[in-house]
Structure formats: structure tokens, C-alpha cells
Design a protein around this ligand. Structure first.
Ligand code: NDP
Length: 276
């Protein structure tokens, strides 16, 4: 459990992650390690902001002298609406995960951060990727993958939502009736199924033997999706390298200095070489 503050009781600090819930967030620990390694005496705290209160909470943090905030579930769309400006990628995917204060400029480091994590996996551009899910994170991941030249197959439990994602983002992804992994070098689980104790019913008999199974979720133990993938002999990756990559990019955007990616990874219990 991470110590956190209600937004009206937030202390003076430099950066925050805002979410609801936010007590599970590893961002304060990760950013503290990075800021220390950069030789900066800047602080980073966790702040709980209930849905519907993102705009006043960000104004309040700006008034306390905060220089930036990361926004996590469920606030990424609301953060976009609260920003005075946002970069084209954030506007296209409809989600801001990083806000610069007090100017209320928004960006999205999830998409580019996700691409950072593919480097060490040896995943050539043009490879086919199966994306499971059509929520907020799927929008950033799918847009980043297609922009980078990967070929997408998209499946979501609620098909209309997958159709809307493809239409709204202008993607040429194939929509799949079933989560079919055949021909895919990478299978990305962006669903929150594991959070609810359920599993996506992938046809594991059709996975490619050299495929990588990637779950955006992370926790104390591997998700059911990654456990199942490992039993099928696939290489697996959880969401910690993405957390580190998007965090590094947030720091670099706020501070204009190179973030210590290895330190961020090690603070999360990773090996340290997951971002190349
Ligand atoms: P959303 O709530 O926006 O989307 C949830 C998605 O999961 C929807 O596509 C939903 O399908 C699907 N889903 C939920 N339950 C089930 C189920 N039982 N079976 C199949 N599909 C299901 O969430 P986000 O996209 O914002 O986040 C998804 C996950 O990714 C979270 O666990 C989050 O923590 C993680 N994440 C990790 C990051 C990192 O840094 N590592 C960054 C961002 C996200 P439907 O449309 O049918 O409801």
C-alpha cells in the first residue's frame, strides 16, 4: 500500500499521481528513486481524486506549487477535458496521462512508452499483433502500434466498442470475432479481466510458438493470462516495463532531462534491461 492524500489535503510537493483508487500505485516509489538518482530534491506523492473532480484537483495542486501530475485509472479522459491544451496524439486517443502545471498542458506517454518496451523483444515492424480490449489503454496502444507500422488484429468483449475504436482512431485493424492469436508475433492483453478474476478465452492451441504474451497489468504475482501463456511456452512480459517507460517519458517532458530508465525499472523489481 502506498501512502496517499485526499486532494483537498494534499501536501506541498512537486509531482503527483492522481487516481481512484491510488493506494496500489507504484509511481511514487518509482519516481522517488529516479529523482534521487538524477540528484534532484523534488518530491512525488499519490493523491486520490474521485471521478468528476479532476479539474478542480489539478487547479488545487497547481496552486500548491506542483509542477506536474500523472493521471491513472479512471482519469485519463477527464484529464484531457481539464487541460487547456494537449498534443495531437493525446487528443486523438482521447486520453492524457501526464499534465504540466500550472499551465495545464497535457500529453500521453502511454503510447510511445509502450513502443519503448518492444525494442528488446525483437519485434520487427510489420509483424502482426493481436490487441485484446478496447478501453482507454487499448486506444493508446493500438494507435501507437499502427503508427509504428505493425499490423493489428483487435478483439474486444463488446464488439461495438472495438468498432468505435477503429473508426474514431482511423485505424485499418482487422476486427476479430474471437480472440484468435494465429499468425501473431505479439499478443497484448489490455483488458482488466484479471482484475475481476476472469480470463480472456484465447484459443491457446493456435498461438505461434515464438509469440510474446504481454499483459499491461502488473501485480505481486503473474496475471492468469501470463500464467496461461507461460504454460504454452510463450515469452511473457507484464506491465512494469510500460509503467517505467511512460514514467521516464513523463519525467523527461516535465524536466527536459534524460530520465534514468534502469533505475525506474529496478525500483519496480525488473531486471533493468527491459527498455534496451
Ligand atoms: P478500461 O476500463 O478503459 O478498459 C477495460 C477493458 O477490459 C475493456 O475493453 C473491457 O471490455 C475489458 N474487460 C473488462 N473485463 C473483462 C472480462 N472479464 N473479459 C474480457 N474483457 C474484459 O481500462 P484501461 O484500458 O484503462 O486499463 C486496462 C488495464 O491496463 C488495467 O488493468 C490497467 O491497470 C492496465 N494499465 C497498465 C498500464 C501500465 O503502465 N502498466 C498503463 C495503462 C493501463 P468491454 O469493452 O467489453 O467492457
Amino acid at each position: 500500500m502506498t501512502e496517499f492524500f485526499e486532494w483537498r489535503d494534499a501536501p506541498r510537493a512537486d509531482f503527483a499521481v492522481i487516481g481512484d483508487p491510488v493506494s496500489h500505485s507504484l509511481s511514487p516509489r518509482m519516481h522517488a528513486a529516479a529523482l534521487q538518482a538524477m540528484g534532484l530534491s523534488l518530491s512525488y506523492v499519490a493523491v486520490r481524486v474521485p471521478p468528476g473532480e479532476v479539474a478542480p484537483a489539478l487547479e488545487h495542486l497547481a496552486g500548491l506549487g506542483y509542477r506536474g501530475a500523472n493521471c491513472t485509472v479512471p482519469h485519463k479522459a477527464e484529464a484531457l477535458a481539464a487541460c487547456r491544451s494537449a498534443d495531437p496524439f493525446a487528443r486523438r486517443v482521447g486520453a492524457v496521462n501526464t499534465v504540466r502545471l500550472p499551465t495545464l498542458e497535457g500529453t500521453n506517454t502511454d503510447g510511445p512508452g509502450f513502443l519503448d518496451t518492444l525494442g528488446p523483444l525483437g519485434m520487427p515492424r510489420g509483424s502482426r499483433v493481436l490487441v485484446l480490449g478496447a478501453g482507454g489503454s487499448a486506444r493508446a496502444v493500438a494507435a501507437a502500434l499502427e503508427d509504428a507500422g505493425y499490423r493489428l488484429r483487435l478483439w474486444n468483449r463488446t464488439r461495438e466498442r472495438a468498432e468505435a475504436l477503429v473508426r474514431e482512431l482511423g485505424l485499418s485493424a482487422d476486427l476479430s470475432e474471437h480472440p484468435d492469436p494465429s499468425g501473431c508475433r505479439l499478443i497484448v492483453n489490455t483488458t482488466s479481466a484479471s482484475l475481476h478474476g476472469s480470463e480472456v478465452s484465447l484459443d491457446w492451441g493456435r498461438v505461434e510458438p515464438d509469440a510474446v504474451a504481454y499483459d499491461l497489468m502488473y501485480g505481486e504475482s503473474p496475471t492468469p493470462f501470463l500464467l496461461r501463456a507461460a504454460r504454452s511456452g510463450l515469452r511473457t512480459l507484464d506491465g512494469r516495463p510500460l509503467l517505467a517507460a511512460q514514467g521516464a517519458r513523463s519525467l523527461e517532458w516535465w524536466l527536459g532531462a534524460q530520465a534514468p530508465r534502469r533505475v525506474l525499472l529496478l525500483s519496480l523489481g525488473c531486471r533493468g534491461d527491459e527498455l534496451g
